[in-house]
Design a protein around this ligand. Structure first.
Ligand code: DC
Length: 232
């Protein structure tokens, strides 16, 4: 073994900030959790933060287009994410944010600049310490443009709808067709909004997960992580 190799072996691994963006149902959550576990990193699900805003909008019984109402919700929002539990205004809402209604509402509120701004600081604060896998739509483009490694995970609409159907279809009483319809409309909302639209960062590694399972996606990512660490 060369001296430099031995030294590298003994040096602590540099902690990275890794972003994973992509459309609904591409497998981001599964893969992000697996990657974070494998690396011993923290994991941040930013979709859950938009879902929390949607939950509060629903609880306040206002429309997602009611600007003064949204302003009140954002101004008083106290969010904390710990041990993968999401606490909003003192209430653990982890189990209440995956319904079809909150899902569509999250996409609607996320198009409002006020909401995105309110969540920006929270996300950046969490990302201040490295050793994080952050999942969302604009992680690599807007929230963490300086990330060490950026991935964009994609798959066909059919495949994404099928995965969501397997995951939540029964529990939410939704058919595959309904889910596919919701996904198409969310894709449209999330990619066509003026602010922070869903798109890959110029320096993102694009992975199509249509025909490969989560473990294979993580293996591809780990190969990039090793390269990224060596380059540091
Ligand atoms: O990832 P998810 O399905 O939980 O996200 C719910 C919605 O939140 C999604 O339709 C768009 C929005 N979102 C966003 O605009 N930006 C993010 N970084 C994460 C989610």
């Amino acid at each position: 073994m060369k001296v430099s190799d031995r030294q590298r072996k003994m040096a602590p691994e540099p902690l990275l900030l890794i972003t994973i963006d992509g459309p609904a149902g591409a497998g981001k959550t599964t893969v992000s959790k697996m990657l974070a576990r494998e690396l011993g990193y923290r994991y941040l699900d930013t979709g859950a933060l938009y879902r929390a805003v949607a939950y509060e909008v629903r609880a306040a019984d206002i429309s997602p287009d009611d600007d003064p109402g949204l302003c009140d919700v954002c101004g008083t929002l106290q969010l904390s994410v710990e041990e993968n539990r999401l606490v909003s205004n003192g209430v653990d809402i982890t189990g209440r944010i995956r319904s079809p209604e909150i899902t569509m509402l999250a996409s609607a509120v996320s198009a409002h600049p006020m909401v995105r701004q309110a969540l920006l600081d929270i996300q950046r604060e969490i990302g201040r310490t490295r050793g994080l896998v952050a999942e969302g739509r604009d992680m690599g483009t807007v929230v963490f443009p300086e990330a060490d490694l950026k991935f964009f995970l994609d798959a066909t609409v059919r495949q994404r709808a099928f995965r969501r159907f397997e995951q939540y279809g029964k529990e939410n009483n939704q058919s595959l067709e309904q889910i596919e319809q919701d996904i198409r409309s969310r894709d449209e909302n999330d990619s066509s909004r003026d602010i922070a639209p869903l798109r890959p960062a110029g320096d993102a590694v694009i992975i199509d997960s249509t025909a490969i399972i989560a473990r294979q996606v993580v293996a591809l990512m780990m190969a990039r992580v090793r390269k990224g660490r060596d380059a540091k």
